[in-house]
Write a protein that binds this ligand. Structure first.
Ligand code: NAP
Length: 321
């Protein structure tokens, strides 16, 4: 019987589905050696949020497919998987809307100081009507700059343009004509986006090309009133430069779902900044979406091992062999 290694807890029904197709061995990824040993005679693997290095796959000669319960696949060395003939599957689409909701809640919470003021109320500070010192800024009618207008970026653009009457600018390597037509999104170069946007939102995958895409110079070129939103991956932003920019008033604030080190270390200056909304990487974290992602990833894995997977493939080159 086939063997599948799961390095993430899966919903009961999803686990039962996998068990109909294979022996499933659940491992705790923190027990590194046990995890690596389990991969040695596995046919497939499923999980998320753990870096899978080439060294971990040495000697895993039976391994034919890995399935990540995520759309992002920066935890994998894709070129190495391809060399080994291991197919990598991911879960696009199913998480698009809930992640766009998270992005929009960061936009609204940052602009309207929702977290800061809610804490202020709970601390018993609300004695009289608030004054301008606690006012926020408008979201509706403002300019949103989306760096990476793909599936999630488009869902954010839809909310912004149709729901909040915002102007949408974006950068992509290729034009997204559908979003241009549907949401009036305008493709510009990064410097123009940074100089014009009231909200700068990153939604690119993390790759060598996008690592530290936003650093000190880029933050410096943004409006002083701008708010940076990052729900892509922490390392698309140079976090040290962001901290300095927030401390120096280079930009107004930030709404962050992702960080260079996760969980965010207890000594991170971001934790003490009132103009930062920090979330624990909850982009897709609703009951419905996380369940759908797990189901999708399990189906991808079984289909990959059966040789019938046609979509959701990261390294299609493996199929040509
Ligand atoms: P997607 O559809 O592939 O969109 C990515 C967009 O980025 C594309 O429009 C792509 O357009 C653009 N892009 C710009 N520069 C790029 C570059 N150097 N390399 C690759 N693409 C580049 O992906 P998605 O489904 O919207 O997801 C985007 C990312 O969001 C994921 O990779 C993941 O890291 C992150 N995410 C985070 C959470 C969370 O929990 N916070 C949840 C889901 C996803 P061009 O190809 O034309 O450049």
């Amino acid at each position: 019987m086939r063997k599948i290694v799961a390095w993430k807890a899966l919903p009961e029904d999803v686990l039962a589905y996998l068990q109909q197709h294979a022996q499933v061995v659940q491992v705790d990824p923190a027990q590194h050696d046990t995890f690596v040993a389990a991969l040695k005679d596995a046919d497939g693997g499923i999980g998320s949020s753990v870096k899978i290095t080439p060294a971990m796959l040495e000697g895993a000669t039976r391994l034919r497919a890995l399935s990540t319960v995520s759309v992002g696949f920066d935890q994998f060395d894709v070129a190495d998987l391809t060399r080994r003939g291991i197919l990598l599957a991911h879960t696009p689409d199913v998480l698009t809307e809930s992640t766009a909701d998270t992005v929009f809640s960061l936009i609204l919470a940052s602009a309207r100081r929702v977290v800061e003021l809610a804490q202020w109320v709970k601390a018993g500070n609300w004695q009289r009507s608030i004054g301008p010192a606690l006012f926020g800024v408008d979201v509706q009618g403002k300019t949103l700059g989306i760096i990476g207008l793909g599936r999630i970026g488009s869902a954010v653009a839809r909310r912004a343009a149709l729901g909040f009457n915002m102007k949408v600018l974006y950068t992509n390597r290729a034009a997204n004509l559908q979003a241009e037509q549907a949401y009036g999104a305008r493709r510009v170069e990064l410097p123009e986006l940074l100089a014009s946007a009231d909200f700068v939102c990153l939604q690119v995958p993390l790759t060598p090309e996008t690592r530290h895409l936003i650093g000190a110079a880029e933050l410096e070129s943004m409006k002083k009133s701008a708010i940076l939103i990052n729900a892509s991956r922490g390392a698309t932003v140079d976090e040290k430069a962001l901290i300095e920019a927030l401390q120096n008033g280079t930009i107004l604030g930030a709404g962050l779902d992702v960080f260079e080190t996760e969980p965010l270390p207890a000594d991170s200056p971001l934790l003490n900044m009132p103009n930062v909304v920090a979330l624990p990487h909850i982009g897709s974290a609703t009951h419905e979406t996380r369940h759908a992602m797990a189901r999708n990833a399990a189906e991808n894995l079984v289909a990959a091992l059966d040789g019938t997977l046609a979509t959701h493939i990261v390294n299609r080159e493996v199929l040509g062999r």
